[in-house]
Ligand binder design. Structure first.
Ligand code: PEP
Length: 259
């Protein structure tokens, strides 16, 4: 992670009612207090954001949303805007998760609109990129990731990069229990940093945090986070239980502490 503060964020997807959110965050908060040197966040479903914001008050854990619409307001039934997310205490929004790209047909151009609106409105962004198994087998990983990366970030001004995090999430590793090896992940992370360096300069590239996501668990987190270009993780399944989420945050803190 080379001087960058690791960021571990739980993506709760469509799990946890309001009551369950309170229970999970109570358990997470009880353990999170002693963790230093790592930024921590949770992304509950929209319906739990306000409750989560209240539960997290006074803690170090940041609140993230899982999606956003680029317009400030308007006739967009079922959508949520940047000002609405700010209003309920969000600091971050996840954009371009592979489930949204695959199941809800999100495009790089659409992600770019969302990224731009989020940054303009004062939210930080986690932009997800990653290849499918077929694309990896066809040796198209780096090409696919580059297209998603530069497409999603196409409207970001250099001065806004401090509010951008990229999450490399190979689609074949999400929710499958099949993790990229630390070496496979590092190769793509280094590539992402190189592409950002070529386009935006070495300083922006060196400061950019790149999370790994895809079946991160307590027993593989430290090996992944120890790689030089991996700056924490975006955590799905393992973020739904306090013990595993906290163990992963501790793994990031331990790597950061020994760096
Ligand atoms: C995710 O949904 O972003 C994710 C990485 O999920 P999981 O950890 O369950 O693979």
């Amino acid at each position: 992670m080379q001087g960058r503060k690791p960021f571990v964020c739980g993506n709760w997807k469509m799990y946890k009612t309001v009551r369950e959110t309170k229970v999970l965050l109570e358990a997470v908060l009880a353990e999170a207090r002693g963790i230093e040197g790592v930024e921590m966040g949770v992304a509950p479903p929209f319906t739990s954001l306000e409750t989560a914001h209240a539960a997290l008050a006074g803690s170090k854990i940041l609140l993230a949303a899982q999606n956003v619409h680029p317009a400030k307001d308007g006739a967009f039934t079922g959508e949520i805007s940047v000002p609405m997310l700010k209003d309920v205490g969000c600091s971050y929004v996840i954009i371009g998760h592979s489930e949204r790209r695959t199941l809800f047909h999100e495009t790089d151009a659409g992600c770019a609109e969302k990224v731009s609106a989020a940054l303009e409105g004062g939210l930080r962004v986690i932009l997800c990129v990653g290849e499918t198994l077929a694309e990896r087998d066809a040796e198209k990983t780096l090409e696919v990731v580059t297209t998603q990366l530069l497409g999603g970030l196409s409207k970001v001004a250099p001065a806004q990069f401090g509010s951008v995090v990229v999450a490399y999430e190979p689609v074949w590793a999400i929710g499958t229990g099949r993790t990229a090896t630390p070496e496979q992940a590092q190769e793509v992370h280094a590539h992402i940093r190189k592409e950002i360096g070529s386009k935006y300069g070495a300083e922006i590239a060196a400061a950019l945090r790149i999370q790994y996501g895809g079946s991160v668990k307590p027993d593989n987190a430290e090996a992944l986070f120890s790689k030089p270009d991996i700056d924490g993780g975006l955590i799905g399944g393992a973020a739904l239980k306090s013990e595993s989420f906290i163990a992963i945050c501790k793994a990031a803190a331990s790597v950061a502490g020994s760096a």
